[in-house]
Ligand binder design. Structure first.
Ligand SMILES: Nc1ncnc2c1ncn2[C@@H]1O[C@H](COP(=O)(O)OP(=O)(O)OP(=O)(O)O)[C@@H](O)[C@H]1O
Length: 305
């Protein structure tokens, strides 16, 4: 698969305070990568670095093999960016604004009407070209933000919380559009919504305090030999690892473990071994079946609200 973006050991700080450190990422054509993380994790900063709006303290970003730092104009030509708060001009009409954006992207004058029509069609704005931006609802403003991001048909789309504030119907439509756009490009988008990431992404990166805590491929079936358990009584990792069906165990918090089983062993074997040892088995679930669980495990939060 063609690599569209390659990020190597990226770090950034504001006033000496580290905001991102040692971030690596490869984005392939056809891929949707979700950036998840709590408020302040560094998602927007990462997208701003990728868009060339910010310069990293160290590390490299390559866009289609072009060094973003050394040749920003050539690299940015391939990037479409929807910021968290799109700067729209309320006094302009939709077509006027998109014409302005087309000029900024240096689309040849003769190709502009076709580019605008195509971007509007994709974003469900075909009937709204004459409307004043000031009169657009939030959902339609978001569509317009997306239209400006795709008007020059970029290979890479960076979307900062694109579904924030949309109603469920608009959210669903936008998610479908993101998947459609990814057929010919690569998409990185940030979200707070774990189910959204699960629904739309091929891959998810969880950022926490400026570092990647998980980089997982959602298209890979979860292994059936790794399980998560929660017990009603204390036990050490060593004691758990000595159970017959268990190869290894990892502590995830008080009385919570990730357990690797020997080949051929099943979750029923594990449950029997736990009960035979006189322990209470409160939970037994396949590992990585639930992104939300991983997310909260990483953040050290025990139970979902
Ligand atoms: N221009 C700036 N100057 C100083 N600090 C900044 C600046 N921009 C962001 N920060 C800080 O960097 C950290 C990461 O912010 P960022 O906006 O990237 O997080 P985020 O994951 O996008 O958060 P949210 O989900 O709330 O949008 C925060 O501590 C924030 O206060």
């Amino acid at each position: 698969m063609e690599t569209l973006v390659r990020v190597t050991d990226l770090s950034c700080h504001f006033g000496g305070h580290p905001v991102l450190s040692g971030v690596n990422l490869e984005l392939a054509r056809g891929q949707v990568v979700g950036l998840l993380g709590p408020n302040g994790a560094g998602k927007t900063t990462f997208l701003r670095l990728l868009s060339g709006l910010l310069t990293p303290a160290s590390g490299h970003i390559e866009v289609l093999g072009i060094d973003l730092n050394r040749r920003p104009l050539a690299a940015k030509r391939h990037i479409g960016y929807l910021p968290e708060r799109t700067q729209l001009y309320p006094e302009l009409r939709v077509d006027e604004y998109l014409t302005h954006c087309a000029h900024l992207h240096r689309i040849p004058r003769r190709a502009i009407p076709k580019a605008i029509a195509a971007a509007k069609a994709r974003c469900g704005l075909s009937a709204h070209g004459r409307r004043l931006i000031a009169q657009l609802s939030k959902g339609y403003r978001q569509r317009l933000g997306l239209a400006q991001a795709i008007i020059h048909r970029p290979a890479i789309l960076l979307l900062d919380e694109p579904t924030e504030g949309l109603d469920p119907f608009q959210m669903r439509a936008l998610r479908a559009l993101i998947r459609e756009l990814a057929q010919e490009s690569g998409v990185i988008f940030s979200t707070h919504l774990l189910p959204e990431a699960q629904a739309v992404c091929d891959r998810v990166l969880i950022l926490y305090e400026g570092q990647v805590h998980l980089d997982t491929d959602l298209n890979t079936a979860p292994p059936d030999h790794v399980w998560r358990i929660r017990l009603g009584n204390p036990i050490t990792v060593m004691e758990l690892s000595a159970f017959a069906p268990v190869i290894g165990a990892l502590s995830l918090g008080p009385n919570r473990f990730q357990v690797d089983l020997v080949p051929g062993a099943t979750s029923a074997d594990l449950a029997r071994a736990i009960l035979a040892a006189g322990l209470d088995l409160l939970e037994l679930t396949p590992a990585r079946s639930d992104l939300e669980r991983v997310f909260f495990d990483l953040l050290g939060v025990e139970d979902r609200a």
